[in-house]
Design a binder for this molecule. Structure first.
Ligand SMILES: CCCCCCCCCCC/C=C/C(=O)SCCNC(=O)CCNC(=O)[C@H](O)C(C)(C)COP(=O)(O)OP(=O)(O)OC[C@H]1O[C@@H](n2cnc3c(N)ncnc32)[C@H](O)[C@@H]1OP(=O)(O)O
Ligand SMILES: NC(=O)C1=CN([C@@H]2O[C@H](COP(=O)(O)OP(=O)(O)OC[C@H]3O[C@@H](n4cnc5c(N)ncnc54)[C@H](OP(=O)(O)O)[C@@H]3O)[C@@H](O)[C@H]2O)C=CC1
Length: 268
């Protein structure tokens, strides 16, 4: 196999990555496959999923795709069972699928609130429940939930997404304790601003908005899906075997950098 990065640490294992057709999900799926594992990517649109599979196969990896809306519990169960049965096991689930838009709290319609909560919080639960049934039977497994730091500090303009991610964080910690005795780990990854088409369109669609986001990052740059995927790979690997119920923040210091003295004034 023509490995791009990594080693063979995931050989013989299988992962399911939701939202694996784009952005951080695609990079995580590619990173897993580069480590020798088989990956199933899941999302609503077939075309981007197919593109991810083609990229992985072109690099010598092993992947397949299943089209599914994470808001539909019956469809999720069928998709997860299919992925597990095809590979004979399911070792890793990455709950990465999300929906988001910027709106003032008073302008979020009930339908808009529901769409984001259903995708991010309920969808994560549906996928986790379906995958955990296989993992608990096996006595091993790892679930990684992609959240954002506003799960704990909140964020004006995205109250729906912040509430949903906070719910995912609480669910992660609850189930981490519940399932630890049965060999299943759950953790969260909280990326900072990451250059993806989805986030750029939903969150910083103009140059001015982009510049404001950039100015909020002490490290002075956006991160990349590939950089985020490296941290994901660590948390879902055996190198993190004793880590459960945790959050790894990968944000260039963004959420900590809220002091008045965030620039050169600290030296004057
Ligand atoms: C100021 C921001 C700076 C951020 C700085 C910090 C950066 C780091 C933190 C970032 C954390 C998180 C990032 C992300 O999640 S990025 C992922 C972004 N990707 C996507 O959103 C892709 C998928 N998106 C979608 O599928 C859709 O956007 C949607 C979530 C809306 C769901 O799609 P669906 O097809 O189900 O929805 P509908 O189009 O039918 O709409 C459902 C209801 O939602 C209302 N809606 C939709 N868009 C908007 C909008 N832009 N503004 C207001 N309301 C919206 C729509 O009207 C429907 O409601 P009603 O039924 O009531 O009409
Ligand atoms: N980019 C950033 O700055 C940050 C991102 N994050 C988080 O990282 C994750 C990935 O974000 P990013 O890569 O930027 O965004 P993308 O928009 O590229 O990814 C979102 C993915 O979710 C899939 N998806 C959306 N709704 C559904 C659904 N109902 N059922 C199944 N799949 C769905 C989309 O595919 P499709 O439309 O085909 O269904 C898409 O592949 C998200 O959880 C996001 O909240 C967190 C912090 C910062």
């Amino acid at each position: 196999m023509n490995k791009e990065v990594g080693s063979d640490e995931f050989t013989g294992r299988t992962a399911l990555v939701t939202g694996g057709g784009t952005g951080i999900g695609r990079a995580t799926a590619r990173r897993w496959a580069a480590g020798g594992g088989h990956v199933t990517v899941l999302g609503r649109r077939e075309e981007p999923l197919r593109a991810t599979v083609e990229l992985i196969e072109a690099a010598g990896g092993s992947a397949d795709a299943v089209a599914c809306d994470v808001r539909d519990p019956a469809a999720v169960e069928t998709a997860v069972d299919r992925a597990a049965e095809r590979a004979g096991r399911l070792d890793v689930l990455v709950n990465n699928a999300a929906g988001n838009f910027v709106a003032a709290g008073e302008d979020i319609s009930p339908g808009g609130w529901k769409a984001v909560i259903d995708i991010v919080l309920n969808g994560t639960f549906h996928c986790t429940r379906a995958a955990a049934r296989h993992m608990l039977d096996q006595g091993s497994g790892s679930v990684l939930n992609v959240i954002a730091s506003y799960a704990w500090h909140g964020h004006p303009g995205t109250a729906h997404s912040a509430a949903a991610k906070a719910g995912v964080l609480a669910m992660t910690r609850s189930l981490a304790v519940e399932w630890a005795p049965r060999g299943v780990r759950l953790n969260c990854l909280a990326p900072g601003p990451t250059e993806t088409e989805g986030a750029s369109a939903a969150l910083w669609p103009t140059e001015a908005a982009r510049a404001r986001v950039l100015a909020s990052v002490p490290a002075g740059r956006f991160t990349t899906p590939e950089e985020v995927a490296e941290s994901a790979a660590f948390l879902i690997s055996d190198r993190a075997a004793y880590i459960t119920g945790e959050v790894l923040t990968v944000d260039g210091g963004q959420w900590l950098g809220k002091s008045v003295y965030t620039d050169e004034r600290v030296r004057t």
